[in-house]
Design a protein around this ligand. Structure first.
Ligand SMILES: NC(=O)c1ccc[n+]([C@@H]2O[C@H](COP(=O)([O-])OP(=O)(O)OC[C@H]3O[C@@H](n4cnc5c(N)ncnc54)[C@H](O)[C@@H]3O)[C@@H](O)[C@H]2O)c1
Ligand SMILES: [Zn+2]
Ligand SMILES: [Zn+2]
Length: 387
């Protein structure tokens, strides 16, 4: 079968790889019909993680079940399912507590936790930017979709990662009806965080970024855009809140945060959040930060390349703020968010900018990585003919 394979920094190709197959009685095999490129893939694409050349990418996957192992009883061949990017067992100490983002069974390194498809440091699992995907513990991991699944793939595929992840940022930040919330990053994750805050009834939501096309989408869903080329987000937010700051904030950028000129500073958005959120406010950090950044020595200093971020902890402590971090536990939210989509309340597909066949993945990676205007979120359709 064909899959998107990482060959080295800024080099992916669509290559023949071994077919996905049932390896364990609880596995299912899914024919992938939609699979997204994510900002997390870009950290790997740019060589800013330990991701090994030769591995396949893709952790935002949905499709049709084509095979089930003998231990699978709920999921049936022919079902359309969306797969959380986290691969979880359902029975370990972490999964029992709902922390499928830090499953102990699926992560082979005893000292680590958490697993994902096609992801650095998250186990050996193949990615879903491929024709077929092996899904461990199919009954637990697959979320079944209704009759509108095939027709509304651009909505439902967002349940694999970015819709639950954006929602999780607002949960960690404690966003409630009426709140004033500031979101850093208008990439797909930031847009989903802003969208989730609006869905929750936030009174005012700001989104900061330096990409106009992305800020326009933020405005479309009811947020106030802050163009960081022209305005300092912390100043805008404080000025609008009698100097006090927003009730809470979401970090949706990660360790490759940079100024509009491209100068990287891993602490930039974190420090601006501490500054723009009020005393005792909460901050949800879903943007990725890593303990090692092998490709980071050129872009950042030696300490940052070791994950040591020059963070304003003193000010955060002084303000009595709280912060939540880490990978999102997709399974905690995907069923409810699916039902918001099915019920016509949520339509996360608003951010899809391109739908392409799998063969065009190399070009899509290049354009999305360059944040070219109009390349907000790419959905690949492995089954569709090359254009
Ligand atoms: N925690 C999780 O479970 C999880 C899941 C998915 C993605 N992520 C992470 O979330 C982050 C965002 O993902 P994405 O798909 O939206 O990626 P993206 O790279 O497309 O978007 C990031 C956006 O941040 C903007 N940005 C950069 N520096 C900024 C700054 N200083 N201030 C404001 N905006 C700035 C960029 O212009 C870009 O629009 C990535 O780090 C990704 O790895 C985490
Ligand atoms: Zn993702
Ligand atoms: Zn587990």
């Amino acid at each position: 079968m064909k899959a998107v394979v990482y060959n080295g920094p800024r080099d992916v190709s669509v290559t023949e790889v071994p077919d996905a197959r049932i390896e364990d009685p609880n596995d299912i095999v899914v024919r992938v019909t939609s699979t997204n490129i994510c900002g997390s893939d870009l950290h790997m694409y740019e060589g800013r993680t330990s991701f090994e050349p030769g591995r396949s990418l893709g952790h935002e996957n949905m499709g049709e079940v084509v095979e089930t192992g003998p231990g699978v009883s709920k999921v049936k061949v022919g079902d359309y399912v969306v797969l959380p990017f986290n691969i979880a067992c359902g029975f370990c100490k972490q999964c029992e507590r709902g922390l499928t983002n830090y499953c102990l069974t699926m992560q082979p390194e005893p000292a680590l936790a958490g697993a994902a498809y096609g992801f650095a440091e998250m186990g050996p699992y193949a990615g879903g930017q491929a024709e077929y995907l092996r899904v461990p513990y199919g009954d637990f991991n697959a979320l079944r979709l209704g009759e509108d699944a095939a027709a509304r793939q651009n909505d439902y595929v967002m349940l694999a990662d970015i819709f639950p992840t954006g929602y999780h940022a607002t949960e960690m930040a404690g966003v409630k009806p009426g709140d004033q919330t500031v979101v850093f990053g208008a990439g797909p994750v930031g847009l989903m965080a802003a969208y989730s805050a609006v869905l929750k009834g936030a009174g005012r939501v700001w989104v900061a970024d330096h990409h106009e096309d992305r800020l326009e989408l933020a405005e479309q869903v009811g947020a106030i855009p802050i163009d960081t080329r022209e305005q300092d987000p912390a100043e805008v937010v404080k000025e609008a809140t009698l100097g006090l700051g927003a009730d809470n904030g979401c970090e949706c950028v990660g360790y490759q945060a940079h100024d509009p000129q491209g100068e990287e500073d891993a602490a930039l958005t974190l420090n601006q959040l501490v500054d723009s959120v009020r005393f005792t406010g909460r901050i949800g950090v879903v943007g990725v930060f890593l303990p090692e950044d092998p490709g980071g020595k050129k872009a950042q200093n030696a300490l940052e390349a070791k994950g040591k971020v020059p963070f304003d902890y003193g000010l955060m402590w002084f303000k009595g703020q709280a912060m939540g971090t880490g990978q999102a536990p997709v399974k905690r939210y995907n069923r409810a968010l699916r039902d918001l989509i099915a019920g016509g309340v949520a339509e996360p597909s608003f951010l899809v900018s391109q739908e392409l066949p799998l063969d065009r993945a190399p070009e899509a990676y290049e354009k999305f990585d360059a944040r070219e205007p109009g390349w907000t979120k790419v959905v690949l359709h492995p089954g569709s003919a090359s254009a």
